[in-house]
Design a protein around this ligand. Structure first.
Ligand code: FBP
Length: 575
């Protein structure tokens, strides 16, 4: 029997196109928002003058490697004519560098609009796919329509991004050629610690060409801070709010069906700033802060017990559910694990320096990698004992490839899963001893890349836009080797103070690929800060009571739209 042919259905193509448009209503609405400027930037690019009251010391090795930019003094931008060190009309370059952070497109909008305001024929060139775009001279001219299209949107997709390090004389020479060919008067590098390190070296090396270089503090990790001057980089608030929305939803779910323990790993290589903010936003039952674990010198087994003890206590009062926040970079703060990371990084780097490309460390089978490590002069018997006692998932994680800057890639290790398994093993023992009588059902989650691509909060939209204007003012005054910043972010926008922070004093020596290198120092969570002290008081209540907070999604109007990071506001209470 053959089936009757179905009558053909015709759908309205226009209706389908409207429903499936990539232009979501929120994206369209966001474009119409014009970010606010602080008072000092409202009348166009300003002049600069030294800002006093802050001691900034430059390391000897920074003075040696960056003799020119080491001379820079802290600057503030004041209304008035810039010292017009830019030839008008001028050509400026901009690059988005490192991991995406919500607000990047508004930095571009800020630079573009300030440049056009200064002279309508000023031009802005965007380098494609990160620093590689400068090295290989891949660029696109930024037009007003592009700026309008991407304004207030998340991600870095207007230009793309990348993590290339400008770390050889050849790459530096290629950058010089690009800037000379494009006749750039200024170059703006939007990035984190490694990208601002690139900015400092570019400033030093491009000076004779007349290309001035300004860095912009970006990273969701929140670790590019300068006490009293740059409280937080842009992107941090938006990512934290995106993660907090998810954790808040999990609080709601676990409180409803009383069934699961949710192990949440939150992005933020190294410092635990993100975990701290998400804790304030959501009040989880367990919160780990890497810096505290380091100070208390906890081993990985003690960290497992710390989590398990709260699970046992909650089980005693019939609560077999909860939320746990684990900062992505926690392994760095557990001494015995960090020692292994450093030694293995050194061994990999030393091996790769000698090996041909096709024989590089990560092309070897796992057993051969372990053997190679075991044979190294710097590897001791106790390193082997610790390594072999770790769960296989963690062993494999420790050997993963390092990034272009030699950083351990915490984002690639399932630390939440590793800790979950170790907690489960420990609880089984506690059950056998009659100490634990609860149900341990679990879910594990990782929040990371999603937060980097989220819509920026209003705070980040305004902040990034002001950073773009500040960068232009600094260039217009001939500054080079500075990071643009807005002081007093906890105050109303009109009172934000645009400044230029010299890059050289921010640098310290850090082990990278087995060698000491001059890089911008990351700021860890300060355990003496008001924010951490308040967390330490509050979290005991959060552990046993269900004091869950539901921040909800990022708002652009109405309640919550004007919010700033709670960590920033708490730290400002300290004066
Ligand atoms: P930036 O420091 O460049 O802003 O990047 C931070 C970050 O998002 C970390 O939180 C994360 O560990 C890492 O990048 C992930 O890197 P990748 O994109 O290379 O996987």
């Amino acid at each position: 029997m053959t089936a009757e042919p179905k009558p053909q259905t015709y759908y309205s193509q226009a209706a389908i196109a409207q429903l499936l448009s990539s232009e979501s209503p929120i994206k369209v609405e966001r474009r119409s928002y014009q970010p606010c400027l602080c008072e000092r930037l409202q009348s166009g690019p300003g002049g600069t003058r030294p800002l006093t009251g802050f001691e900034l010391e430059v390391l000897r090795s920074a003075q040696e490697q960056l003799p020119l930019v080491s001379q820079n003094k802290l600057l503030e931008i004041v209304p008035g004519q810039p010292q017009s060190r830019l030839q008008q009309p001028c050509r400026l370059g901009i690059v988005l560098s490192g991991g995406p952070a919500p607000g990047g497109h508004n930095v571009i909008a800020g630079v573009f609009e300030a440049a056009k305001q200064a002279h309508p024929d000023n031009r802005l060139i965007g380098f494609l796919a990160g620093p590689k775009g400068i090295i290989t001279n891949k660029h696109a001219e930024i037009a007003g329509e592009m700026v309008a299209h991407y304004k207030n949107s998340g991600g870095f997709h207007m230009l793309g991004t990348g993590r290339d390090k400008i770390d050889t004389p050849e790459k530096m020479e290629q950058c010089r050629q690009t800037c000379a060919e494009l006749q750039l008067s200024g170059l703006i590098i939007v990035g984190g610690d490694d990208s601002n390190t690139n900015a400092a070296f570019l400033a030093e090396n491009l000076h004779d060409l007349g290309t001035r270089v300004i860095g912009i503090p970006k990273t969701i990790d929140g670790d590019l801070q300068v006490p009293g001057l740059c409280q937080i980089p842009f992107g941090y608030h938006s990512a934290c709010m995106a993660f907090a929305t998810e954790v808040g939803n999990l609080n709601s779910d676990c409180k409803s069906d009383l069934k699961y323990w949710h192990f949440n790993r939150l992005m933020g290589r190294s410092a635990s700033h993100i975990a701290l903010e998400v804790a304030f936003q959501t009040h989880p039952n367990v919160i780990l802060i890497g810096e505290e674990i380091e100070e208390k010198e906890l081993t990985i087994h003690e960290v497992v017990r710390l989590i398990a003890d709260i699970i046992v206590e909650r089980a005693k009062i019939g609560k077999n559910y909860g939320t746990i926040l684990i900062p992505e970079g926690i392994l760095e703060f557990i001494h015995e694990i960090n020692c292994l990371i450093i030694k293995i990084s050194y061994i990999i780097a030393a091996y790769n320096r000698e090996a041909a490309e096709e024989e590089s460390f990560h092309k070897l089978p796992f057993e051969d990698q372990v053997q190679l490590i075991d044979n190294s002069d710097i590897w001791r018997d106790y390193d082997s004992r610790i390594f072999l006692g770790l769960p296989p998932r963690l062993q494999t994680g420790l050997l993963l490839p390092r990034d272009a800057h030699g950083n351990f890639q915490y984002a690639l290790v399932n630390t939440e899963r590793i800790l979950l398994d170790m907690v489960a093993t420990y609880l089984r023992k506690q059950r056998a001893r009659g100490i634990y009588k609860g149900n341990f059902r679990t879910q594990n989650h990782y929040y990371g890349y999603d937060g980097r691509g989220t819509f920026p909060t209003k705070f980040d939209c305004d902040y990034a836009y002001n950073l773009g204007h500040t960068a232009f003012s600094l260039l217009a005054n001939g500054a080079t080797g500075y990071m643009a910043a807005l002081k007093d972010l906890h105050k109303p926008i009109t009172e934000w103070q645009p400044i230029g922070i010299p890059l050289a004093p921010l640098m310290h020596l850090e082990e990278r690929k087995g060698r000491l290198e001059l890089v911008i120092q990351k700021q860890k969570v300060d355990l003496e800060s008001p924010a951490f002290q308040i967390l330490a008081q509050e979290r005991q209540k959060w552990a046993l009571e269900d004091d869950y907070r539901f921040p909800g999604p990022i708002q652009f109007s109405g309640a919550g739209a004007e919010a700033k990071p709670i960590t920033l506001m708490l730290n400002a209470l300290g004066g």
